[in-house]
Design a protein around this ligand. Structure first.
Ligand SMILES: *[C@@H]1O[C@H](CO)[C@@H](O)[C@H](O)[C@H]1NC(C)=O
Ligand SMILES: *[C@@H]1O[C@H](CO)[C@@H](O)[C@H](O)[C@H]1NC(C)=O
Length: 270
């Protein structure tokens, strides 16, 4: 618990003031990403070089784009994985959650609607699905924002100049959707001849090799029993979550959580 509190306190302090190029502390409301260095390090690397945490994702610099393959009950399109979230962790596999309860929004749908982010919202309604036994899609979105979104140093209130209510969440959901669209796990597997089947079994290493061959990077996979159920794609971030660059890297070895063999990639329509 203590390291989590310390990390959150550091985040809040970092948001209070913004170092200007002239060495004067400016009111944070004047923050502009244009003041960020053009040669920022990647998150988790050279972590003391950039001290402005609106420019450098400091606390959760290892970022996992997590996806579900839900078959019982099936959610989302039969030929697509669905979004779980975008989880910042402390570069070492540990992570902090629920960093700023004052920003736990009560309606992500209303926030995106009022911000005119309608294409993001309609994409989420198709591809960001809760297990209906766990609650509504809206509840999953609120949970993902409150639990993980509020931990990004680069989305802290004083990094945001817009006065739109929930603009931090608008940036978050837009980035998650955009990144997910580049990570078509279904297509990666299909390109290697792996499609859902109720009878075929796979080894963990063959699934990881296929995903590596198709995407260039090794993700981590998880199973529910022996059924493939989740995947995590790993990134560092150069710059702010708002407009920075995602830099893919291989999941640390041992981060997958499936049996070594006998894995089923079940169809969604049974
Ligand atoms: C870290 O800093 C060193 C020395 O300034 C530099 O050579 C290296 O490229 C930097 N690494 C990253 C990932 O920015
Ligand atoms: C959304 O669109 C409406 C109508 O065009 C406009 O009045 C409003 O300012 C927009 N809101 C935002 C946050 O851009």
């Amino acid at each position: 618990m203590l390291p989590i509190l310390a990390a959150c306190a550091a985040l809040l302090l970092a948001g209070l003031v913004t170092a200007s190029p002239f060495g004067v502390l400016e009111p944070a409301s004047l923050f502009s990403r244009a003041l960020c260095s053009s040669s920022l390090p990647a998150s988790c690397q050279n972590t003391t070089q950039e001290t402005n945490l609106c420019c450098f994702e400091a606390l959760g610099g290892s970022i996992l784009q997590t996806q579900f393959w839900d078959t019982k009950p099936a959610t989302g399109p039969t030929n697509s994985w669905t979004i779980h979230g975008l989880w910042p962790d402390h570069c070492d596999g540990s992570y902090s959650e629920d960093c700023d309860p004052s920003r736990d929004y009560s309606s992500i749908t209303d926030i995106l609607t009022d911000a005119n982010a309608t294409s993001t919202l309609s994409y989420m309604q198709t591809y960001w699905k809760n297990d209906p036994n766990d609650g509504s899609d809206e509840e999953l979105w609120e949970h993902e924002w409150a639990t993980h979104g509020t931990f990004y140093s680069t989305l802290a209130p004083d990094c945001i100049t817009s006065s739109v209510y929930g603009q931090d969440a608008v940036y978050f959901f837009g980035r998650v959707v955009g990144l997910f669209q580049t990570l078509n796990t279904y297509q990666f597997l299909e390109s290697q001849g792996i499609t859902p089947s109720s009878s075929t079994t796979h080894t963990q290493s063959s699934l990881l090799s296929a995903l590596q061959a198709a995407s260039g990077y090794t993700p981590a996979i998880s199973c529910s029993g022996s059924d493939l159920s989740q995947i995590s794609w790993y990134f560092n971030l150069q710059g702010s979550l708002i407009d920075g660059t995602f830099l893919p890297y291989n999941a640390p070895s041992g981060s997958s959580d499936c049996p070594s063999s006998g894995i089923k990639y079940l169809p969604k329509n049974e």
